[in-house]
Design a protein around this ligand. Sequence first.
Ligand code: SF4
Length: 222
Amino acid sequence: MYEIKNSKEVNLSDQIRFRCMRCAECCRHVEASIMIEVKDAFYIAKHLGITVAEFYDKYTEMFMLEDTGFPIFAIKTIGKEKSCIFLKGKHCSIQTVKPRTCRLYPFWVFPEDDGTFVYNYSTERRHHPKGTLIRVKDWMKDFLSDEDKEYLLEEARSIKQIAVPYKILCATLRDQENILAKVLMYRYFMYDTSEPFIQQFYRNNRVLQDDLERIIKKFTSV
Ligand code: SF4
């Protein structure tokens, strides 16, 4: 789960003071910190006219989660200031399709098992809480789409289903590269940006889960 420091939980009905100085500091010193989920990658790749796999290759860095060894991606950074690769001067060059993390900032959201969401507000920049009042509900209405919510719920569900067999297979099989390649292909790369995103996301998760479980069965029955 992606977390932003100096955060506190808020309710949708809360009103929060927030000021944006348009300083772009949130886009600097972001090495390994802006996660690129596949929904982000899909829409940015579509915007740039490249494939999702090309986008991940060119604009992100891969990391392995320590506990599960599961691959995740963060936006690439450049220069001494470790600025986001899409920052041009003080402007985001992919403003209309920027990742959900950036759209929601200074808020961040995670799903609960019962299908509800927890909302958090970060005051990591000193000037943030010194602005005008904004309603959390309005912010979410503007920046958290129904598809974002559907994605977050399916992501949380599927990761539980996939991470366990993935970890077992990585610990027991010699052919770990093949397992990693499957995860990368189904979780991140195998998308057609001319087709709707969410159906492909459900389908890929289902195929990957079935495939990993099939390999475990075959492996344990030998
Ligand atoms: S994607 Fe845009 S908003 Fe997000 S960190 Fe990069 S430049 Fe900033």
